[in-house]
Design a protein around this ligand. Sequence first.
Ligand code: C2E
Ligand code: MG
Ligand code: MG
Ligand code: MG
Length: 284
Amino acid sequence: DYALYHSKLYCRGETTLFSQEHEDAIRVERAVETALRSVDLDAEMRIHYQPILDTETGRITLVEALARWMSPTLGQVPPDRFIAAAERCGMIHHVTLLLLRKALADCALLPPDVGLSFNLSAHDLASPETVAAIVGAVRKSGIDPRRMTLELTETALLRDFDQAKEAIVALRALGIKIALDDFGTGYSSLGYVHRLPLDKIKIDRSFIAAMDSDVGGSVIATILNLCENLGLDGIAEGVETEGQMAAIRRHGCRLVQGYLVGKPMPLAELLAGLPRAEPHLLRA
Ligand code: C2E
Ligand code: MG
Ligand code: MG
Ligand code: MG
């Protein structure tokens, strides 16, 4: 096995420990792939929704769909794990569409002024068939495309920039909004952000967590400044404390997501909580 071989070569001093870890990791990856192939994904996959607060109006304007898979054999498998497994075994088109259809069906139950934000895999935009199927699913659902945001990561853009750009232009022509997720964690975020027609930037939560330091604060200020200059909405991810909320608002960030506002939750729970005002969160 290449990875195992490589790890042995690379780390001679700690060969046993290091390759044992690798072996375990590979075994887990294989198990996830096997489970993914053999199960009834439609029955086992659920979507949780995490609210995004507009701090100026005090309303939840958007919810992010986050996939949950409770495998009978493996237990709860984290989404980044099973998305990566689906990418490896050529099932990502199928998984993306299955999750999108569920999210669109749920979206019909949300108040019409609440938008839906959906994560795409890096592979999705590179496939014209997948992009066409995404558009088809939105059309068929009857949901106003202007309520939809698709979240992309830098990896999605780096796979094939021109193809990704073409897909983004086509999706935006229908009214679908595009958000760049985990902004600032990649290698060349600044290298392409001005070359793409985007609507939103989601500031990675590592920056929010580092906000207490001077450096962290100035990175946030710089990203928000960039958003303003490019006419993009900035969304702070991973806001967990009142202190972070106050600081991020002082920097002029209007849209906030994180455990402080709400954790990802089942649709029913979200619907029950939506009408509740959250005035304590509005204190700046
Ligand atoms: P993401 O899109 O950046 O989603 C945000 C992640 O941060 C979620 O983890 C969410 O539960 C977590 N989070 C939100 N607020 C807080 C907070 O205040 N503190 C902390 N510590 N964490 C917070 P989750 O649900 O485990 O998802 C992980 C990643 O998996 C997502 O990152 C996304 O890249 C991917 N993912 C999830 N659902 C889907 C999906 O349906 N399709 C695709 N392609 N990827 C998905
Ligand atoms: Mg996301
Ligand atoms: Mg993110
Ligand atoms: Mg992420």
